[in-house]
Write a protein that binds this ligand. Structure first.
Ligand SMILES: Cc1cc2nc3c(=O)[nH]c(=O)nc-3n(C[C@H](O)[C@H](O)[C@H](O)COP(=O)(O)OP(=O)(O)OC[C@H]3O[C@@H](n4cnc5c(N)ncnc54)[C@H](O)[C@@H]3O)c2cc1C
Length: 302
């Protein structure tokens, strides 16, 4: 199939891009890397009247440290984050990126485009939710910040309004005593995940201070829970080697699976199978993240 006819504009400034979108009366759509939108157009799942191409907009290719955050502007391609040294400061994003489709797609696809597309099985939205990244939406009324945990409102649905451009996202950078984990299961590498988890653990003085678990591919959006209590009780026993910890986490995670994994089964895996994947992946990654957090805390102490 071919896309339905549309008008195409390629503004050079953010002001013009915002004006073009606002002027299209709800019929406009932003195009960034085009890796998701072009197939959607070709299948006629969307029929925008105007495409606002933001690839030439000045100032949207910024990648910079901003206090305790890494700010990634709208036209920063996913592949750049894999290689730029400044992105070392957000290890969870680095862990997730190799799982996003294939290298060729990541050379074109943008970090913000993946967030805006909001596929429930996509990796970058899960990382943003786990770290509660801040998203900047710009419209004719000005710029506003939306926390990632409020940004995803349903399957492929977000807080982006018809006149908004997602101009940047800010990911909190790693602090000492933090450790991360990321894993997913897909039928083939590069496919969307059947189930996946992103984990952040913060320790201080040998104790779990915070533990956040985000699951993706298991609901209509990334789902996050504070699992500090579960992790604390799994590490509280006298001997807490990884295998025993994972065993102690199993029961609470089975309970959480019933709450967090609510997607219906499909040809690729039943709901029950996805729940079992979640329990295994979450247990394993919580143990790894805890170990990494402990080591990062100890290194700073030295
Ligand atoms: C074969 C294949 C496999 C893939 N596998 C995966 C995978 O495993 N995991 C994964 O996460 N993704 C996967 N993708 C999607 C890919 O990662 C895309 O790069 C990403 O989802 C969208 O980024 P983009 O810059 O190409 O956005 P586009 O395709 O340009 O846009 C996507 C949507 O976001 C909107 N949008 C984009 N940028 C903005 C903005 N700045 N402000 C407002 N709205 C905006 C567009 O209007 C559109 O609705 C796959 C894609 C293909 C074709």
């Amino acid at each position: 199939m071919k896309a339905a006819p549309f008008a195409y504009v390629r503004p050079a400034t953010l002001e013009d891009a915002v004006a073009e979108l606002a002027g299209s009366d709800g019929g406009g759509k932003v195009i960034a890397g085009g890796q998701s939108l072009v197939p959607v157009l070709a299948m006629r799942l969307a029929r925008p009247e105007t495409l606002v191409d933001i690839t030439a907009v000045e100032g949207l290719d910024g990648l910079r440290k901003l206090g305790d955050n890494l700010e990634i502007s709208a036209m920063v391609r996913q592949r750049r984050i894999e290689h730029d040294r400044s992105a070392d400061s957000v290890p969870l994003l680095r862990m997730a990126l190799p799982w996003v489709g294939h290298r060729e797609l990541r050379s074109r696809g943008t970090v913000c485009g993946s967030l805006a597309h909001a596929d429930p099985a996509a990796e970058i939205p899960a990382v943003a939710t786990c770290l509660n990244a801040q998203l900047t939406l710009t419209s004719p009324a000005g710029a506003r910040q939306v926390p990632a945990r409020e940004f995803f409102t349903g399957a492929m649905t977000t807080a982006i309004g018809p006149e908004d451009i997602l101009t940047a996202v800010r990911f909190p950078t790693m602090a000492s005593g933090e450790g991360f984990g990321f894993a997913e299961i897909a039928r083939r590498h590069g496919d969307f995940a059947l189930a996946g988890v992103a984990v952040r653990v913060a320790v201080s003085g040998g104790r779990v201070h915070e533990a956040t678990l985000t699951a993706f591919g298991v609901s209509d959006r990334p789902v996050t829970r504070d699992v500090s209590a579960e992790l604390t009780s799994a590490t509280g026993a006298p001997e807490h080697d990884g295998v025993r910890m994972a065993k102690r986490l199993e029961e609470p995670l089975i309970g959480l699976a019933r709450d967090m994994v609510d997607t219906d089964g499909d040809a690729h895996g039943s709901q029950d199978y996805r729940r079992r994947l979640f329990v295994t992946l979450a247990g394993r990654e919580l143990v790894k993240a805890h170990d990494r957090a402990q080591r990062s805390f100890d290194e700073v102490k030295l």
